[in-house]
Every structure is written in structure tokens, then in C-alpha cells.
Design a protein around this ligand. Structure first.
Ligand code: PLP
Length: 441
């Protein structure tokens, strides 16, 4: 890292804790950015990178997309934030979301995914009068107390007590149960132990916070049956998968309809906007509709966020743009290419993902749940990503984190990245970085 970036990062460290405004932005080297446009971002010293991190997936069309920026500029020339009643923009976005998401009859807008999942949990508890929430090991749902636990857990803590933060009351931790993804028996066990006490089951239908666990259809259908039978709500947290894998999220692809859906991230192409959708019956528990579950947020529905989301969704819907076709083709090209390179180099790798998302796990065998991810060679994974950054392809260098392709990426970007990966993986194999893996094989 050269001088200008370093000095800005150091200035940040003196005045912002750790120099970053979100913990996972701290990745062991001082990064400071001047600009981001399309598929590239440029650091303070002029270093240019092809961006596969995409702000943890918030960028779907490419950075600083003119269609989105222009829509925001037009909207805020007329109105910013009034804070009473509603606006045309809020109603327009709500209509687009209800049309897009199969389970959505009504929708609220929030500013972040964490607020959306927080509201979902509150609503589930308020509507059922039950205390427990069930989540899955390896799924992440944001920073609030009820859900901030058991994401990337070490083997000794996985499925056990692994809060992501201090300061969470024991009561909050104790009222969130942990099951294994793609394992209905682990869910049934909790329901048997806590009859009529579980308010909701929440899951990422495709757990992207550990890369890409692909859900088995019977698992999702089973969750639907179990929750219905026990009077619990089923919450799909589509903060990553929503709008990314299909306009209607993963529920459009799998045909399983949850009671509540949270979404965010990519829907605003970098602008802060998220939300919660559900049936009219479920959403009528919010206070403005006469229910008892509090709904509040100063910035909810602000014009800039609404305009960004409307413009993003309009691009995603445009058949001439063919967003899903484009990112799916490039995603396949990347996944097939990386698997081939690893196979040719004799490296045990399982390259997976979906549509725009790709991830090379360095392990042998199949991946169904978190249990299998404990076999990932985390050191090799982080080394691969760090060296890819050195080559000019920015991939988040922390184990199990996924990579994203946006509408702005091209076939030439993917081919250049694959050529870089061939160099990097070849060198890592020669240096014996996968030696431990080979010894275990
Ligand atoms: N849910 C999922 C699946 C997420 O991946 C995230 C963030 O990464 C959140 C919720 C929280 O969203 P936010 O960071 O906007 O609060």
C-alpha cells in the first residue's frame, strides 16, 4: 500500500475506531479509496482493481450507475424527506416490490438489512406471542441482539453459544436457537424441545454469508411444512439473494413462499434502502395499521433511497438489459474456469455459487451444510484472495466470503481474472500451500 492511501487510513484510525465504519472493512492492510465506477475501483494512489467484492454485494449494476444516479438527482431536486404521510416515490417502490416478490402483499421500507430483520423478529414475536427464534449456523442476519450469533463459528463453538458481540443480554442469546442448514432433523429437535414456543424460523434461503450453501428443495419445503404445522412464521432473509438471483428473490426460483421476507443491499445499487414484506394479515400487526408492533424510522422512505431502488429495479426488469442472463453467463464462465484451473493444478477445490456469485472452497468432497465448511482450508482461501488483489482482482480476503459479478463486468474481465487465478493457484501449489490438504487426502 503506497503513501496517500496509507496516510488517509492512518488519519481515519486516529478518529474512527480501527479506521473503519463497519468491522469487516478492516482486512489487515490500510485501504483508502478515491473512486468507484462500473466494475472497477481506484485507490488513493491510483491503483485500479476489478471489483468482485461489490461492497458485500450491495452493487448489482456496477458502481456509480448513471441510471440510478440520475434518478436520485431528479428526485431530490423536488423532495428530500418530509416525515409525515407518504410520497409518490414510496408508493411506487412498494408497488414494484409487491409485484416482484411472490410472498409480498404489503411492504415497509427500512434503511438497512439489520433493521429489516429486526422488524421481522419483532413482528413474529408480537404476532405469535412466542419467545424463541430459530436460525441456522452460518447464516447472518445483521447486528441486532436476537440474531447476531453463530455465523462463522470455530468448530468448538459451532451450533453452540457463539454471540458476535459482547453486550448482548444472556436472555437474548438464550432465546435464539441454532440448527444446521439442509438438516430438517436438527430443526424438528428444537420444535420438539420447545412446543408452541418458537415464533419464527429465519434463514438465508441461499446462505451467502459463508459463500454459497445451496439449499435442497426438500429442506425448504420441509421448513414450510414444519413452521405451518407448529404455527410459527417462516422468514426468508433475502437481503443478499433478493433482486440478485431473480427479481422475486430465491423464493421465485424455489417456489416456496415464506410468511415474511427481508431484503436490502442490492436493491438500491449502493444507496441505503432495505425492507420487509409479507401478507396483509402479517403486516397488519404494525402499529400504523392498528396492530401492536412498533414501526418507526426517521429516514425510512426518503426520496434518495426510494429513487435509487426504483431505478435499480427498472434496470433489472428491462429485457433488453438482460441482467440475469448476463451475470449468470459470466458467473458460469468464472465457476467452470476456476474449477478447471484448480483441477489442472491438482488442488482439491469445490467451486460453487449461483448466478452472479462464485466462491472457490478449498476442500474435498460435497458441501451441504456448515459442518462441511469446517473442512475448508481457510489459510489457502485467504492467501488466494490476497494474491488475487495483488494481481488486480479485488476479492475479499477472509475465509468463506463470496465474490460477486455485476452488470458492469465483462467477459474480458472474467478471462483476465481467470488468467490471474491460473498464475496464483499454480504458484500456491508449487509453494506447497496446499500441502496439508494433500497430506490429508
Ligand atoms: N441479512 C443478510 C443476509 C445480510 O447479509 C446482511 C448484511 O450483510 C444483513 C441482513 C444486514 O444488513 P445491513 O448490513 O444492511 O444491516
Amino acid at each position: 500500500m503506497t503513501s496517500v492511501s496509507r496516510s488517509l487510513a492512518e488519519a481515519a484510525e486516529r478518529i474512527i475506531p480501527g479506521g473503519v465504519n463497519s468491522a469487516t472493512r478492516s482486512i489487515g492492510a490500510p485501504w483508502a479509496w478515491r473512486s468507484a465506477k462500473g466494475a472497477t475501483m481506484t485507490d488513493m494512489d491510483g491503483g485500479v482493481y476489478t471489483d468482485y467484492h461489490a461492497a458485500f454485494g450491495a452493487i448489482l449494476l456496477g458502481h456509480s450507475d448513471e441510471r440510478v444516479n440520475d434518478a436520485v438527482t431528479r428526485a431530490i431536486a423536488d423532495i428530500d424527506l418530509v416525515g409525515v404521510g407518504t410520497t409518490e416515490l414510496e408508493v411506487e417502490l412498494a408497488r414494484l416490490v409487491v409485484d416482484a416478490i411472490p410472498s409480498a402483499e404489503m411492504v415497509i421500507s427500512t434503511m438497512s438489512g439489520s433493521e429489516a430483520t429486526f422488524q421481522a423478529v419483532r413482528l413474529a414475536r408480537g404476532a405469535t406471542g412466542r419467545p424463541f427464534i430459530l436460525k441456522f449456523q452460518g447464516n447472518f442476519h445483521g447486528s441486532y441482539d436476537a440474531l447476531a450469533r453463530n455465523v462463522i463459528s470455530s468448530p468448538d463453538l459451532a451450533w453452540g453459544r457463539d454471540p458476535n458481540s459482547s453486550g448482548i443480554l444472556d436472555d437474548a442469546i438464550d432465546h435464539t436457537l441454532i440448527a444446521e442448514f439442509n438438516d430438517l432433523a436438527s430443526v424438528q429437535e428444537h420444535f420438539a424441545r420447545h412446543p408452541e414456543q418458537i415464533a419464527a424460523v429465519i434463514l438465508e434461503p441461499v446462505p451467502h454469508n459463508v459463500g454459497a450453501l445451496l439449499p435442497e428443495q426438500e429442506f425448504l419445503e420441509g421448513l414450510r411444512e414444519i413452521t405451518r404445522a407448529h404455527g410459527s412464521l417462516l422468514i426468508f432473509d433475502e437481503v443478499i439473494s433478493g433482486f440478485r438471483h431473480a427479481l422475486g428473490g430465491y423464493q421465485e426460483l424455489c417456489g416456496v413462499t415464506p410468511d415474511l421476507t427481508t431484503f436490502g443491499k442490492a436493491m438500491g445499487n449502493g444507496f441505503p434502502v432495505a425492507g420487509l414484506a409479507g401478507s396483509t394479515e402479517a403486516m397488519s400487526h404494525f402499529t400504523p395499521a392498528g396492530g401492536s408492533v412498533m414501526l418507526a424510522g426517521t429516514f425510512n422512505g426518503n426520496a434518495a433511497s426510494m429513487a435509487a431502488a426504483i431505478a435499480t429495479i427498472e434496470v433489472l426488469k428491462d429485457p433488453e438489459v438482460d441482467f440475469y442472463g448476463h451475470v449468470g453467463r459470466l458467473g458460469d464462465r468464472m465457476r467452470v474456469g476456476l474449477q478447471q484451473i484448480a483441477d489442472d493444478a491438482g488442488i482439491a477445490a469445490h467451486v460453487t455459487g449461483l448466478g452472479s456469485v462464485f466462491i472457490p472452497y478449498f476442500l474435498d468432497g460435497e458441501v451441504r451444510g456448515y459442518r462441511d465448511l469446517l473442512r475448508n482450508d481457510d489459510h489457502a482461501y485467504a492467501t488466494f484472495h490476497r494474491r488475487m488483489i495483488d494481481k488486480g482482482s479485488f476479492m475479499y480476503p477472509m475465509a468463506l466470503k463470496r465474490n460477486h459479478i455485476s452488470l458492469a463486468h465483462t467477459e474480458a474481465d472474467v478471462d483476465r481474472t481467470l488468467a490471474q487465478a491460473e498464475d496464483v493457484l499454480g504458484a500456491m501449489a508449487r509453494e506447497g500451500i496446499f500441502a496439508a490438504q494433500a497430506a490429508n487426502a
